[in-house]
Design a protein around this ligand. Structure first.
Ligand SMILES: *Cc1c(COP(=O)(O)O)cnc(C)c1O
Length: 398
């Protein structure tokens, strides 16, 4: 997955343009910049890549989720439904607005279970956020239909699925508003960066203003711009955008490499008894950033994970025992350990986490192993890795 593995002269050239004119800021300084507008150029490249009308770059994927929700008017006391298996950024971005994350079970797609979503809807629910984990996706038709029927905003976190598609549409472009991360380990990177993607002009303009102190970006004098509403600073810098600009142009190359490497490993594991793969919804094509498979039970998954590590098979994760991606280890959320006072609504809204259990999610995550697909492996390395992995898994399942 990480685009940094293949940094080249293309990235260096874009960064050099920025350093040569010295304007590291994405807005203003028109006279100094020698025609270089890296953030703007990256936004139009991303709009093409994600076949969407509008793109707003921001400083991170976490910022993208917060800005997307704020742009759709979500805030204090509103409930946002999200999955138990994701990255901590998902609930952080919701809570930053004073809204309440409502965590629900995943299914064998490793993303939101539509049934669990429907059961969690209350009069306070404002949005449903699907997280397209590990290169694949939720059942977008079913989730879209639920959001339509209950008049909810549908948000798509596609940070880990850049380049995947559903019914030939790019992931991140399907819901009302999509979010991407270009942090250092994502398929395309800016170092740090993110994007809000939407066809909704109002959400876009809100995101454009909100991520830059509420500036309306009318005219050529920043000091004379008005502030239609309050905002914050979630801007990306020109240096970060320059790296992303070179990377996004290489996305087709990156996806082709991921697909090739993924396929070799998948074919080897397919021959092993007791291995099954995550379900990809009909009409979906993964980004091939990860290969996810299930083993017969938790004990075997733990043993295989340990044996992978001992035998040099790196970048494979057993998320059941991982602090970052699965609710089991999120004590800081469950105990609401905040540096500063939290609102009464959020305190009450999160009380359910003291007692709620997630057997269905546990059953999937306990048996799952998720392997990152690297871009820099040689053909030889992929073949060796694939046969080693198959051999190890087979020794525990046969
Ligand atoms: C990486 C990631 C984010 C956050 O992105 P940052 O740019 O690191 O803030 C959000 N959601 C998911 C699913 C991610 O993988």
């Amino acid at each position: 997955m990480p685009g940094f593995e293949l940094f080249s002269d293309l990235e260096r050239k874009e960064v050099k343009d920025v350093l040569d004119n010295g304007v590291l800021m994405r807005y203003g300084f028109d006279g100094m910049r020698n025609g270089h507008w890296k953030a703007k150029e990256l936004e139009s490249e991303l709009a093409k890549t994600f076949q969407s009308k509008h793109v707003q770059l921001v400083s991170s994927g976490t910022a993208a989720v917060s800005v997307a929700l704020a742009s759709a008017g979500i805030g204090a006391g509103d409930e946002v439904i999200m999955p138990t298996f994701t990255f901590v950024a998902s609930f952080e971005a919701i809570m930053m607005l004073g809204a309440i994350p409502v965590l629900v079970d995943i299914d064998d797609t490793l993303t939101l279970d539509p049934k669990a979503v429907e059961e969690a809807i209350t009069s306070k629910t404002k949005a449903v956020m699907v997280v397209q984990m590990c290169g694949s996706m939720g059942d977008m038709n079913a989730l879209n239909e639920i959001c339509d029927r209950h008049n909810l905003i549908f948000v798509e976190d596609a940070c880990q699925a850049i380049g995947g598609t559903y019914n030939n549409k790019p992931l991140g472009s399907i819901a009302d508003v999509g979010c991407f991360s270009f942090d250092f380990v994502k398929t395309i990177t800016c170092g740090e960066g993110g994007a809000v993607v939407t066809n909704n002009q109002e959400y876009y303009l809100n995101a454009d203003h909100y991520s830059d102190h509420g500036h309306d970006h009318v005219g050529k004098d920043r000091g004379a711009e008005t502030h239609p509403f309050l905002g914050y600073n979630f801007r990306i810098s020109e240096l970060n955008a320059a790296v992303g600009l070179a990377q996004v142009r290489r996305l087709p190359e990156f996806i082709a490499i991921q697909k090739k490497n993924y396929t070799v490993i998948r074919e080897a594991l397919s021959k092993v008894d007791g291995v099954t793969f995550r379900r990809v919804p009909e009409g979906g094509e993964e980004s091939y950033a990860f290969l996810n498979f299930f083993l017969p039970n938790l004990e075997i998954a733990r043993e295989v994970s340990k044996a992978f590590k001992e035998n040099g098979i790196d970048v494979c994760f057993h998320y059941y025992d991982n602090n970052w991606h699965y609710i089991r280890k999120w004590e800081h959320l469950k105990e609401l350990k905040s540096l500063f006072p939290v609102s009464k609504e959020v305190k009450e809204g999160l009380k359910y986490l003291e007692t709620k259990t997630y057997e269905q999610s546990d059953a999937h995550i306990a048996r799952n192993i998720s392997c990152l697909i690297k871009l820099s492996w040689s053909e030889e390395e992929v073949l060796q890795r694939a046969s080693k992995m198959a051999e190890i898994v087979d020794s525990f399942t046969s």
